[in-house]
Design a protein around this ligand. Structure first.
Ligand code: NAD
Length: 468
Protein backbone atom coordinates (compact mmCIF):
# COMPACT_ATOMS: atom_id res chain seq x y z
CA UNK A 1 0.00 0.00 0.00
CA UNK A 2 1.45 3.38 -1.03
CA UNK A 3 1.74 6.03 1.67
CA UNK A 4 3.27 9.42 0.90
CA UNK A 5 4.02 12.45 3.08
CA UNK A 6 3.42 16.14 2.58
CA UNK A 7 6.34 18.43 1.76
CA UNK A 8 6.44 21.49 4.03
CA UNK A 9 9.56 23.67 4.22
CA UNK A 10 11.47 21.11 2.18
CA UNK A 11 10.83 18.32 4.68
CA UNK A 12 8.58 15.26 4.57
CA UNK A 13 5.74 15.75 7.06
CA UNK A 14 2.93 13.45 8.11
CA UNK A 15 -0.31 14.70 9.63
CA UNK A 16 -1.79 13.23 12.81
CA UNK A 17 -4.39 11.47 10.64
CA UNK A 18 -4.40 9.94 7.18
CA UNK A 19 -7.10 9.08 4.66
CA UNK A 20 -7.48 6.29 2.16
CA UNK A 21 -7.18 6.91 -1.59
CA UNK A 22 -9.22 4.55 -3.77
CA UNK A 23 -8.26 2.89 -6.99
CA UNK A 24 -11.30 3.63 -9.22
CA UNK A 25 -10.73 0.46 -11.26
CA UNK A 26 -11.14 -1.84 -8.24
CA UNK A 27 -12.94 0.31 -5.66
CA UNK A 28 -10.27 -0.70 -3.15
CA UNK A 29 -7.89 1.47 -1.17
CA UNK A 30 -4.68 1.98 -3.14
CA UNK A 31 -2.82 4.17 -0.69
CA UNK A 32 -2.93 6.73 2.07
CA UNK A 33 -2.41 10.49 2.16
CA UNK A 34 -1.99 12.78 5.19
CA UNK A 35 -5.18 14.41 6.43
CA UNK A 36 -3.88 17.89 7.19
CA UNK A 37 -5.11 20.06 10.03
CA UNK A 38 -5.51 23.83 9.91
CA UNK A 39 -2.23 24.02 11.87
CA UNK A 40 -0.50 22.11 9.02
CA UNK A 41 -1.87 24.70 6.60
CA UNK A 42 -0.50 27.51 8.77
CA UNK A 43 2.90 25.78 8.85
CA UNK A 44 2.91 25.51 5.05
CA UNK A 45 1.95 29.18 4.61
CA UNK A 46 4.63 30.24 7.11
CA UNK A 47 7.27 28.19 5.27
CA UNK A 48 6.21 29.71 1.94
CA UNK A 49 6.28 33.20 3.45
CA UNK A 50 9.83 32.70 4.77
CA UNK A 51 10.98 31.29 1.44
CA UNK A 52 9.41 34.23 -0.43
CA UNK A 53 11.86 36.67 1.19
CA UNK A 54 14.79 35.17 -0.73
CA UNK A 55 13.04 33.51 -3.71
CA UNK A 56 11.43 36.80 -4.77
CA UNK A 57 14.90 38.40 -4.91
CA UNK A 58 16.46 35.76 -7.18
CA UNK A 59 17.31 36.94 -10.68
CA UNK A 60 15.19 36.14 -13.70
CA UNK A 61 17.98 33.87 -14.96
CA UNK A 62 18.16 31.96 -11.65
CA UNK A 63 14.42 31.31 -11.68
CA UNK A 64 14.55 30.23 -15.31
CA UNK A 65 17.30 27.70 -14.44
CA UNK A 66 15.32 26.47 -11.42
CA UNK A 67 12.21 25.92 -13.57
CA UNK A 68 14.34 24.05 -16.12
CA UNK A 69 15.65 21.86 -13.29
CA UNK A 70 12.04 21.19 -12.22
CA UNK A 71 11.23 20.16 -15.81
CA UNK A 72 14.18 17.77 -15.81
CA UNK A 73 13.00 16.22 -12.52
CA UNK A 74 9.51 15.71 -13.99
CA UNK A 75 11.09 13.90 -16.94
CA UNK A 76 13.21 11.73 -14.63
CA UNK A 77 10.17 10.68 -12.54
CA UNK A 78 7.57 10.69 -15.35
CA UNK A 79 6.84 6.96 -15.34
CA UNK A 80 6.66 6.72 -11.53
CA UNK A 81 4.19 9.63 -11.38
CA UNK A 82 2.20 8.30 -14.36
CA UNK A 83 1.71 5.02 -12.46
CA UNK A 84 0.37 6.99 -9.45
CA UNK A 85 -2.01 8.98 -11.68
CA UNK A 86 -3.43 5.77 -13.14
CA UNK A 87 -3.72 4.21 -9.70
CA UNK A 88 -5.78 7.02 -8.16
CA UNK A 89 -7.37 8.78 -11.15
CA UNK A 90 -8.23 5.69 -13.18
CA UNK A 91 -7.07 6.86 -16.63
CA UNK A 92 -5.04 4.39 -18.71
CA UNK A 93 -1.28 4.53 -18.80
CA UNK A 94 -1.44 4.60 -22.58
CA UNK A 95 -3.18 6.65 -25.27
CA UNK A 96 -4.35 10.02 -23.99
CA UNK A 97 -3.86 8.77 -20.42
CA UNK A 98 -1.34 9.27 -17.64
CA UNK A 99 1.87 9.05 -19.73
CA UNK A 100 0.32 11.63 -22.05
CA UNK A 101 -0.50 13.75 -18.98
CA UNK A 102 3.14 13.60 -17.85
CA UNK A 103 4.23 14.57 -21.39
CA UNK A 104 1.92 17.61 -21.12
CA UNK A 105 3.26 18.46 -17.65
CA UNK A 106 6.82 18.51 -19.01
CA UNK A 107 5.82 20.50 -22.10
CA UNK A 108 4.09 23.21 -20.03
CA UNK A 109 6.86 23.26 -17.46
CA UNK A 110 9.59 23.64 -20.09
CA UNK A 111 7.70 26.26 -22.07
CA UNK A 112 6.91 28.32 -18.97
CA UNK A 113 10.56 28.17 -17.86
CA UNK A 114 11.45 29.95 -21.10
CA UNK A 115 9.00 32.84 -20.64
CA UNK A 116 9.78 36.07 -18.85
CA UNK A 117 8.17 39.39 -18.04
CA UNK A 118 11.01 41.91 -18.30
CA UNK A 119 10.76 45.52 -17.19
CA UNK A 120 9.10 47.66 -19.85
CA UNK A 121 10.00 51.28 -20.59
CA UNK A 122 6.75 53.17 -21.20
CA UNK A 123 8.32 56.56 -21.81
CA UNK A 124 11.88 57.84 -22.04
CA UNK A 125 12.16 61.45 -23.21
CA UNK A 126 12.84 65.02 -22.05
CA UNK A 127 9.81 64.89 -19.81
CA UNK A 128 11.02 61.85 -17.92
CA UNK A 129 11.26 58.07 -17.90
CA UNK A 130 8.51 55.67 -16.90
CA UNK A 131 9.25 52.00 -16.17
CA UNK A 132 6.72 49.22 -15.66
CA UNK A 133 7.93 46.48 -13.32
CA UNK A 134 6.16 43.19 -12.65
CA UNK A 135 6.61 42.14 -9.02
CA UNK A 136 5.70 38.79 -7.44
CA UNK A 137 2.67 38.73 -5.16
CA UNK A 138 3.83 36.54 -2.27
CA UNK A 139 2.38 33.14 -1.32
CA UNK A 140 0.14 31.62 -4.00
CA UNK A 141 -2.44 29.03 -2.95
CA UNK A 142 -3.17 26.44 -5.63
CA UNK A 143 -6.31 24.29 -5.46
CA UNK A 144 -6.59 21.54 -8.07
CA UNK A 145 -9.21 19.00 -9.28
CA UNK A 146 -8.95 15.26 -9.87
CA UNK A 147 -9.23 15.00 -13.64
CA UNK A 148 -5.69 16.02 -14.75
CA UNK A 149 -4.08 16.29 -11.33
CA UNK A 150 -0.42 16.70 -12.27
CA UNK A 151 -0.79 18.69 -15.48
CA UNK A 152 -3.05 21.22 -13.75
CA UNK A 153 -0.65 21.41 -10.77
CA UNK A 154 2.11 22.33 -13.23
CA UNK A 155 -0.15 24.95 -14.86
CA UNK A 156 -0.52 26.54 -11.43
CA UNK A 157 2.95 26.11 -9.94
CA UNK A 158 5.32 26.96 -12.80
CA UNK A 159 4.09 30.48 -13.64
CA UNK A 160 3.99 31.26 -9.91
CA UNK A 161 7.64 30.17 -9.46
CA UNK A 162 8.83 31.76 -12.67
CA UNK A 163 7.54 35.17 -11.54
CA UNK A 164 9.09 34.89 -8.04
CA UNK A 165 6.17 33.68 -5.91
CA UNK A 166 6.13 30.73 -3.52
CA UNK A 167 3.37 28.11 -3.45
CA UNK A 168 1.15 26.02 -1.20
CA UNK A 169 -0.76 23.46 -3.27
CA UNK A 170 -3.75 21.38 -2.18
CA UNK A 171 -4.83 18.61 -4.55
CA UNK A 172 -8.26 16.98 -4.74
CA UNK A 173 -8.92 14.32 -2.07
CA UNK A 174 -9.44 11.82 -4.93
CA UNK A 175 -5.94 12.31 -6.41
CA UNK A 176 -3.47 13.45 -3.74
CA UNK A 177 -0.71 10.88 -4.30
CA UNK A 178 0.55 12.03 -7.71
CA UNK A 179 0.75 15.64 -6.47
CA UNK A 180 2.53 14.61 -3.25
CA UNK A 181 5.15 12.80 -5.35
CA UNK A 182 5.43 15.65 -7.89
CA UNK A 183 6.11 18.24 -5.18
CA UNK A 184 8.54 15.86 -3.43
CA UNK A 185 10.65 15.53 -6.59
CA UNK A 186 10.47 19.29 -7.34
CA UNK A 187 11.88 19.91 -3.88
CA UNK A 188 15.04 18.05 -4.83
CA UNK A 189 15.99 21.08 -6.97
CA UNK A 190 14.22 23.98 -5.23
CA UNK A 191 15.07 25.82 -2.00
CA UNK A 192 13.06 24.72 1.05
CA UNK A 193 9.60 26.29 1.35
CA UNK A 194 9.31 27.47 -2.27
CA UNK A 195 6.73 24.76 -3.09
CA UNK A 196 4.75 23.07 -0.30
CA UNK A 197 1.92 20.54 -0.54
CA UNK A 198 -0.82 19.68 1.90
CA UNK A 199 -3.54 17.08 1.47
CA UNK A 200 -6.96 16.70 3.03
CA UNK A 201 -10.09 14.61 2.65
CA UNK A 202 -12.13 17.86 2.82
CA UNK A 203 -14.08 16.41 5.79
CA UNK A 204 -11.60 16.48 8.66
CA UNK A 205 -10.94 20.16 7.78
CA UNK A 206 -11.84 22.00 4.59
CA UNK A 207 -8.32 23.10 3.73
CA UNK A 208 -9.40 24.60 0.37
CA UNK A 209 -11.91 26.88 2.07
CA UNK A 210 -9.32 27.82 4.71
CA UNK A 211 -6.80 28.68 1.98
CA UNK A 212 -9.30 30.97 0.24
CA UNK A 213 -9.74 32.88 3.51
CA UNK A 214 -6.12 32.71 4.74
CA UNK A 215 -4.57 36.15 5.40
CA UNK A 216 -1.07 34.86 4.55
CA UNK A 217 -2.03 33.86 0.99
CA UNK A 218 -2.01 36.65 -1.62
CA UNK A 219 -3.55 34.77 -4.55
CA UNK A 220 -5.61 31.68 -5.21
CA UNK A 221 -5.34 29.85 -8.50
CA UNK A 222 -8.26 27.43 -8.57
CA UNK A 223 -9.35 24.81 -11.08
CA UNK A 224 -12.55 22.96 -10.32
CA UNK A 225 -16.31 23.26 -10.39
CA UNK A 226 -18.25 26.52 -10.78
CA UNK A 227 -19.96 26.04 -7.41
CA UNK A 228 -16.65 25.74 -5.52
CA UNK A 229 -15.04 28.53 -7.57
CA UNK A 230 -17.83 30.88 -6.54
CA UNK A 231 -17.21 29.99 -2.89
CA UNK A 232 -13.50 30.71 -3.34
CA UNK A 233 -14.33 34.10 -4.87
CA UNK A 234 -16.62 34.99 -1.98
CA UNK A 235 -14.07 34.06 0.72
CA UNK A 236 -11.22 35.75 -1.15
CA UNK A 237 -13.01 39.12 -1.02
CA UNK A 238 -12.22 39.60 2.67
CA UNK A 239 -8.44 39.66 2.04
CA UNK A 240 -8.64 41.07 -1.53
CA UNK A 241 -6.81 38.06 -2.93
CA UNK A 242 -5.90 37.95 -6.58
CA UNK A 243 -7.75 35.14 -8.35
CA UNK A 244 -7.41 32.94 -11.36
CA UNK A 245 -10.45 30.69 -11.62
CA UNK A 246 -10.71 27.92 -14.22
CA UNK A 247 -14.07 26.28 -13.83
CA UNK A 248 -16.59 24.09 -15.57
CA UNK A 249 -17.73 24.17 -19.16
CA UNK A 250 -20.52 22.80 -21.32
CA UNK A 251 -18.71 23.05 -24.64
CA UNK A 252 -20.69 22.76 -27.86
CA UNK A 253 -19.45 21.44 -31.21
CA UNK A 254 -21.24 22.51 -34.40
CA UNK A 255 -20.94 20.27 -37.48
CA UNK A 256 -21.74 21.98 -40.80
CA UNK A 257 -23.32 20.07 -43.72
CA UNK A 258 -20.18 20.09 -45.91
CA UNK A 259 -18.29 17.71 -43.58
CA UNK A 260 -17.35 14.15 -44.49
CA UNK A 261 -18.75 12.13 -41.54
CA UNK A 262 -16.14 9.35 -41.88
CA UNK A 263 -13.28 11.84 -41.80
CA UNK A 264 -14.43 13.72 -38.71
CA UNK A 265 -15.63 10.77 -36.58
CA UNK A 266 -12.31 10.16 -34.82
CA UNK A 267 -11.77 13.87 -34.05
CA UNK A 268 -15.32 14.20 -32.74
CA UNK A 269 -14.85 11.15 -30.54
CA UNK A 270 -11.64 12.35 -28.89
CA UNK A 271 -12.98 15.90 -28.60
CA UNK A 272 -15.75 14.50 -26.42
CA UNK A 273 -14.27 11.41 -24.76
CA UNK A 274 -10.69 12.37 -23.87
CA UNK A 275 -10.16 11.24 -20.24
CA UNK A 276 -13.66 9.69 -20.36
CA UNK A 277 -15.22 13.14 -20.88
CA UNK A 278 -13.77 14.23 -17.52
CA UNK A 279 -12.03 17.19 -19.08
CA UNK A 280 -13.02 20.81 -18.60
CA UNK A 281 -12.78 21.69 -22.29
CA UNK A 282 -14.18 18.44 -23.70
CA UNK A 283 -17.07 18.63 -26.16
CA UNK A 284 -20.19 18.08 -24.08
CA UNK A 285 -22.92 18.83 -26.64
CA UNK A 286 -22.74 18.02 -30.34
CA UNK A 287 -24.96 19.89 -32.85
CA UNK A 288 -25.04 18.29 -36.31
CA UNK A 289 -26.73 19.61 -39.45
CA UNK A 290 -29.81 17.64 -40.47
CA UNK A 291 -28.33 16.90 -43.93
CA UNK A 292 -25.58 14.66 -42.49
CA UNK A 293 -27.03 13.94 -39.03
CA UNK A 294 -27.66 10.23 -39.52
CA UNK A 295 -24.30 9.63 -41.23
CA UNK A 296 -22.42 11.42 -38.43
CA UNK A 297 -24.29 9.39 -35.80
CA UNK A 298 -23.43 6.16 -37.65
CA UNK A 299 -19.74 7.06 -38.17
CA UNK A 300 -19.27 8.18 -34.55
CA UNK A 301 -21.00 5.06 -33.21
CA UNK A 302 -18.88 2.80 -35.41
CA UNK A 303 -15.67 4.45 -34.18
CA UNK A 304 -16.72 4.53 -30.50
CA UNK A 305 -17.81 0.87 -30.49
CA UNK A 306 -14.21 -0.29 -30.92
CA UNK A 307 -12.62 1.67 -28.06
CA UNK A 308 -11.27 -0.71 -25.39
CA UNK A 309 -12.49 0.29 -21.92
CA UNK A 310 -10.80 -1.37 -18.92
CA UNK A 311 -8.54 -0.87 -15.91
CA UNK A 312 -6.00 1.88 -16.54
CA UNK A 313 -3.11 -0.37 -15.53
CA UNK A 314 -3.91 -2.70 -18.46
CA UNK A 315 -1.66 -1.48 -21.29
CA UNK A 316 -4.44 -2.32 -23.78
CA UNK A 317 -7.07 -0.03 -22.19
CA UNK A 318 -7.81 3.19 -24.04
CA UNK A 319 -10.40 4.51 -21.58
CA UNK A 320 -10.67 3.64 -17.87
CA UNK A 321 -13.33 3.94 -15.17
CA UNK A 322 -14.99 7.16 -14.03
CA UNK A 323 -12.93 8.64 -11.18
CA UNK A 324 -15.39 8.64 -8.27
CA UNK A 325 -18.86 7.61 -7.17
CA UNK A 326 -20.30 11.12 -7.09
CA UNK A 327 -19.32 11.60 -10.73
CA UNK A 328 -20.53 8.11 -11.71
CA UNK A 329 -23.89 8.79 -10.03
CA UNK A 330 -24.20 12.08 -11.91
CA UNK A 331 -23.52 10.50 -15.31
CA UNK A 332 -25.90 7.62 -14.47
CA UNK A 333 -28.69 10.06 -13.52
CA UNK A 334 -28.25 12.20 -16.66
CA UNK A 335 -28.13 9.16 -18.96
CA UNK A 336 -31.15 7.48 -17.30
CA UNK A 337 -33.15 10.63 -17.94
CA UNK A 338 -31.82 11.02 -21.50
CA UNK A 339 -32.87 7.46 -22.36
CA UNK A 340 -36.50 8.43 -21.73
CA UNK A 341 -36.37 11.36 -24.13
CA UNK A 342 -33.80 10.37 -26.75
CA UNK A 343 -32.49 7.44 -28.82
CA UNK A 344 -29.55 5.43 -27.46
CA UNK A 345 -26.97 4.80 -30.17
CA UNK A 346 -24.38 3.18 -27.91
CA UNK A 347 -23.94 2.29 -24.22
CA UNK A 348 -26.42 3.71 -21.75
CA UNK A 349 -26.21 1.17 -18.92
CA UNK A 350 -23.76 1.69 -16.02
CA UNK A 351 -21.02 -0.96 -15.91
CA UNK A 352 -19.41 -2.66 -12.91
CA UNK A 353 -18.11 -0.48 -10.10
CA UNK A 354 -17.09 2.89 -11.45
CA UNK A 355 -17.05 1.80 -15.08
CA UNK A 356 -19.48 3.47 -17.48
CA UNK A 357 -19.50 2.58 -21.17
CA UNK A 358 -19.05 5.11 -23.95
CA UNK A 359 -22.59 6.42 -24.44
CA UNK A 360 -24.06 8.28 -27.42
CA UNK A 361 -27.64 9.58 -27.31
CA UNK A 362 -29.42 11.12 -30.31
CA UNK A 363 -32.54 13.24 -30.79
CA UNK A 364 -32.65 14.87 -27.36
CA UNK A 365 -34.57 18.11 -26.84
CA UNK A 366 -32.56 21.24 -25.99
CA UNK A 367 -33.69 21.28 -22.37
CA UNK A 368 -32.77 17.65 -21.55
CA UNK A 369 -30.49 17.63 -18.46
CA UNK A 370 -27.76 15.76 -20.41
CA UNK A 371 -27.66 18.79 -22.73
CA UNK A 372 -28.18 21.56 -20.21
CA UNK A 373 -25.84 20.31 -17.43
CA UNK A 374 -22.11 19.59 -17.51
CA UNK A 375 -22.01 15.75 -17.49
CA UNK A 376 -18.20 15.50 -17.08
CA UNK A 377 -18.30 11.85 -18.08
CA UNK A 378 -18.49 9.43 -21.05
CA UNK A 379 -21.93 10.35 -22.42
CA UNK A 380 -22.49 12.66 -25.39
CA UNK A 381 -25.83 14.10 -26.57
CA UNK A 382 -26.08 14.60 -30.35
CA UNK A 383 -28.61 17.23 -31.43
CA UNK A 384 -30.01 18.04 -34.87
CA UNK A 385 -30.18 21.51 -36.45
CA UNK A 386 -31.25 22.95 -39.79
CA UNK A 387 -30.31 26.65 -39.46
CA UNK A 388 -26.72 27.54 -38.49
CA UNK A 389 -27.93 30.65 -36.62
CA UNK A 390 -30.11 28.42 -34.49
CA UNK A 391 -27.16 26.11 -33.69
CA UNK A 392 -25.05 29.12 -32.63
CA UNK A 393 -27.91 30.34 -30.46
CA UNK A 394 -28.26 26.96 -28.78
CA UNK A 395 -24.49 26.64 -28.31
CA UNK A 396 -24.47 30.04 -26.58
CA UNK A 397 -27.48 29.20 -24.45
CA UNK A 398 -25.33 28.33 -21.43
CA UNK A 399 -24.05 30.07 -18.33
CA UNK A 400 -20.64 28.62 -19.22
CA UNK A 401 -18.24 29.60 -21.95
CA UNK A 402 -15.02 27.60 -21.83
CA UNK A 403 -14.54 26.13 -25.31
CA UNK A 404 -16.38 25.38 -28.55
CA UNK A 405 -15.74 23.94 -31.99
CA UNK A 406 -16.90 24.27 -35.58
CA UNK A 407 -16.46 21.46 -38.07
CA UNK A 408 -16.38 22.29 -41.79
CA UNK A 409 -14.22 22.00 -44.92
CA UNK A 410 -14.63 25.76 -45.36
CA UNK A 411 -12.22 27.16 -42.76
CA UNK A 412 -13.15 30.81 -43.37
CA UNK A 413 -16.88 30.11 -43.00
CA UNK A 414 -16.13 28.14 -39.82
CA UNK A 415 -14.07 31.05 -38.41
CA UNK A 416 -17.01 33.43 -38.94
CA UNK A 417 -19.13 31.11 -36.80
CA UNK A 418 -16.32 30.69 -34.26
CA UNK A 419 -16.28 34.44 -33.66
CA UNK A 420 -19.98 34.34 -32.78
CA UNK A 421 -19.47 31.69 -30.10
CA UNK A 422 -19.39 32.92 -26.50
CA UNK A 423 -16.36 31.03 -25.18
CA UNK A 424 -12.67 31.48 -24.45
CA UNK A 425 -11.29 29.05 -27.08
CA UNK A 426 -12.79 27.83 -30.36
CA UNK A 427 -11.26 25.06 -32.44
CA UNK A 428 -11.94 24.37 -36.12
CA UNK A 429 -12.14 20.64 -36.98
CA UNK A 430 -10.86 19.58 -33.53
CA UNK A 431 -11.88 20.23 -29.93
CA UNK A 432 -9.99 20.84 -26.69
CA UNK A 433 -6.46 20.84 -28.13
CA UNK A 434 -4.84 23.34 -25.77
CA UNK A 435 -1.20 24.43 -26.12
CA UNK A 436 1.32 26.14 -23.79
CA UNK A 437 1.83 28.97 -26.29
CA UNK A 438 -1.84 30.13 -26.36
CA UNK A 439 -3.75 31.63 -23.42
CA UNK A 440 -6.59 29.52 -22.04
CA UNK A 441 -9.54 30.65 -19.94
CA UNK A 442 -13.30 30.76 -19.75
CA UNK A 443 -15.84 33.52 -20.24
CA UNK A 444 -19.18 33.90 -18.43
CA UNK A 445 -19.32 31.53 -15.41
CA UNK A 446 -16.45 29.37 -16.70
CA UNK A 447 -13.76 31.46 -15.14
CA UNK A 448 -11.81 34.54 -14.40
CA UNK A 449 -8.46 35.33 -15.98
CA UNK A 450 -6.35 33.13 -18.23
CA UNK A 451 -3.57 30.59 -17.84
CA UNK A 452 -0.46 29.92 -20.02
CA UNK A 453 1.81 32.36 -21.90
CA UNK A 454 2.91 35.76 -20.64
CA UNK A 455 -0.78 36.68 -20.30
CA UNK A 456 -1.24 33.94 -17.72
CA UNK A 457 2.02 34.81 -15.92
CA UNK A 458 0.97 38.44 -15.53
CA UNK A 459 -1.78 37.24 -13.21
CA UNK A 460 0.91 36.20 -10.70
CA UNK A 461 2.32 39.73 -10.49
CA UNK A 462 1.56 43.22 -9.25
CA UNK A 463 2.35 46.11 -11.56
CA UNK A 464 4.63 48.78 -10.17
CA UNK A 465 5.30 51.92 -12.21
CA UNK A 466 8.42 53.92 -11.46
CA UNK A 467 8.58 57.56 -12.67
CA UNK A 468 11.98 59.28 -12.82
P1 NAD B 1 -14.42 20.62 -7.11
O1 NAD B 1 -14.83 22.04 -7.25
O2 NAD B 1 -15.30 19.69 -6.38
O3 NAD B 1 -13.00 20.52 -6.37
C1 NAD B 1 -11.88 21.27 -6.82
C2 NAD B 1 -10.94 21.50 -5.65
O4 NAD B 1 -11.57 22.40 -4.71
C3 NAD B 1 -10.57 20.26 -4.85
O5 NAD B 1 -9.20 20.31 -4.53
C4 NAD B 1 -11.42 20.38 -3.60
O6 NAD B 1 -10.86 19.72 -2.51
C5 NAD B 1 -11.40 21.88 -3.39
N1 NAD B 1 -12.48 22.41 -2.53
C6 NAD B 1 -13.60 21.78 -2.06
N2 NAD B 1 -14.35 22.63 -1.34
C7 NAD B 1 -13.72 23.82 -1.34
C8 NAD B 1 -14.01 25.11 -0.80
N3 NAD B 1 -15.13 25.34 -0.12
N4 NAD B 1 -13.14 26.10 -1.02
C9 NAD B 1 -12.02 25.91 -1.74
N5 NAD B 1 -11.68 24.71 -2.30
C10 NAD B 1 -12.52 23.68 -2.09
O7 NAD B 1 -14.11 20.13 -8.60
P2 NAD B 1 -13.71 18.65 -9.08
O8 NAD B 1 -14.92 17.79 -8.94
O9 NAD B 1 -12.44 18.24 -8.44
O10 NAD B 1 -13.40 18.90 -10.62
C11 NAD B 1 -14.39 18.85 -11.60
C12 NAD B 1 -14.75 20.23 -12.10
O11 NAD B 1 -13.57 20.96 -12.45
C13 NAD B 1 -15.59 20.23 -13.36
O12 NAD B 1 -16.65 21.15 -13.24
C14 NAD B 1 -14.64 20.70 -14.44
O13 NAD B 1 -15.25 21.29 -15.55
C15 NAD B 1 -13.75 21.61 -13.69
N6 NAD B 1 -12.45 21.75 -14.35
C16 NAD B 1 -12.17 22.93 -14.98
C17 NAD B 1 -10.96 23.08 -15.64
C18 NAD B 1 -10.63 24.38 -16.34
O14 NAD B 1 -9.47 24.59 -16.66
N7 NAD B 1 -11.59 25.24 -16.60
C19 NAD B 1 -10.04 22.05 -15.64
C20 NAD B 1 -10.35 20.87 -14.98
C21 NAD B 1 -11.56 20.74 -14.33
Amino acid sequence: MIELGMTIDGRQVNAANRFAVNNPATGEAAGFAPNASLADLDAAVEAATRAFASWSRTSDEERKKACEAVTAKLAEHAEEIAQLITLEQGKPLNGLGSRFEMGGAQAWSGYTAGLSLPMKVLQDNNEGRIELHRKPLGVVGSITPWNWPVMIAIWHILPALRTGNTVVIKPSPYTPLSTLKTVEVMNKVLPAGVVNVITSDDKHANIGAAMAAHPGIRKIVFTGSCATGQKVMTSAAETMKRLTLEMGGNDAGIVLPDCNPQQIAEGLFWGAFINNGQTCAAMKRLYVHDKIYDEVCDALTAFARNIPVGPGSDEKSVLGPVNNKMQHDKVSRLVADAKKQGRVLLGGEPGDGLFFPVTLIADLPADAPLVAEEQFGPALPILRFTEVDDAIKQANNSENGLGGSVWSRDIEAAKKIALQMECGSVWINKHGAIQPNAPFGGVKKSGLGVEFTEDGMKEYTDVQVVYS
